[in-house]
Design a protein around this ligand. Structure first.
Ligand SMILES: Nc1nc2c(ncn2[C@@H]2O[C@H](COP(=O)(O)OP(=O)(O)O)[C@@H](O)[C@H]2O)c(=O)[nH]1
Ligand SMILES: [Mg+2]
Length: 317
């Protein structure tokens, strides 16, 4: 394991891939490895890219990779998208472009199975991000497909959350408004060659303005709206400008972002402990028939449910 970690922290792609696979398979050794990796993390800048299917997230991610490379930043990409499985890199929308990236040693792309959680952000997702962080990636892009809860989840683990939107999707924002307004740091209106673009951008700006006046959301960062045509790499410099602006903003003394980070950490911790307890419970009691046995005793009146529950809890402790 130590050899693996040593190679990983010096940027070895195969070690990183192996550890991510172990994390995705929920192997106990993976969590040990992460414990040792933790001191090597917290360096990378994590950008979440989310939005409805087909909005152009993958194409945009590809553009971001390209311009990050032009700025000499190394890049890691995690795709958490059960609807578009990818393996070893041949994944994102623009295949030719992505294939070029996969030949670039400084670009590392993986997908996560996120089993059982649709679009889900799990302790495994967070673990995989830390692997990319520890291997020295400057920028980590996490693409998730999402409408609703997923945006909130992604914002928990990203330093900056980019919501990708398309012209004409006006009404849909009403449905997801609460969640989105809470987490959006930057709004991208992609497919901006479409005639409805300006109307959609103006609409989004007006929604944020109105929300700021009425919601009392304690933040002074107004999510900027950036228009892009990802298939033509248009608007990507503008997007980087606001990404950099947001980074500067969050690096400053913003109570809002500090408390958001703490909340994210708390949620991750809570999820992790829950997951651990529930696994312990399953292997210890549920799998060996003990629960069925006790249920039979309780229904026949031979045992007291409260006493049994108390005993099981005490045993877990
Ligand atoms: N017209 C147009 N099509 C785009 C643009 N960006 C992406 N697409 C296309 O939209 C489709 C979905 O893109 P993809 O990146 O896979 O979307 P995702 O599901 O959000 O990851 C693909 O056919 C892309 O080529 C754009 O700016 N304009
Ligand atoms: Mg995609």
């Amino acid at each position: 394991m130590n050899a693996l970690l040593e190679k990983l922290t010096s940027g070895d792609v195969r070690s990183a891939a192996r550890l991510i696979r172990m994390i995705d398979d929920n192997q106990p050794a993976a969590w040990d490895a992460l414990k040792q990796l933790f001191p090597h993390t917290r360096r990378a800048r994590v950008i979440g890219v989310t939005g409805p299917p087909g909005a152009g997230k993958s194409t945009l991610t590809s553009c971001l990779i390209e311009s990050a490379r032009q700025r000499s930043m190394s890049v890691g990409v995690l795709a958490v998208d059960p609807s578009s499985p990818m393996s070893g890199g041949a994944i994102l929308g623009d295949r030719i472009r992505m294939n070029r990236h996969t030949l670039d040693e400084e670009v590392f792309i993986r997908s996560l199975a996120s089993r059982g959680h649709f679009g889900g952000i799990t302790p495994a997702t967070r673990g995989a991000i830390r692997v990319l962080d520890a291997m020295g990636k400057d920028v980590i892009i996490v693409e998730t497909v999402g409408v609703g809860q997923d945006e909130v989840d992604i914002a928990r683990l990203a330093d900056t959350t980019v919501i990708v939107w398309v012209p004409g999707l006006g009404d849909d924002i009403q449905a997801m408004k609460a969640g989105i307004l809470e987490v959006a740091d930057i709004f991208v209106v992609n497919k901006a060659e479409h005639p409805d673009t300006e109307a959609t951008s103006n609409y989004l700006r007006s929604v944020f303005k109105q929300e700021k006046n009425t919601s009392g959301i304690p933040r002074d960062w107004m999510p900027p709206v950036v228009e892009t045509v990802a298939t033509k790499s248009k608007g990507i410099d503008d997007l980087w400008d606001v990404l950099d602006r947001h980074r500067e903003y969050t690096a400053g003394a913003s109570d809002y972002f500090v408390s958001r980070k703490r909340k994210a950490c708390r949620v991750e911790l809570e999820n992790f402990v829950h997951q651990g307890l529930s696994e312990k419970f399953s292997t210890r009691f549920a799998a060996n028939g003990l629960l069925d046995e006790q249920a039979a005793l309780i229904t026949s009146g031979e045992a007291d449910i409260y006493a049994v529950a108390e005993r099981l809890l005490a045993e877990i402790r």
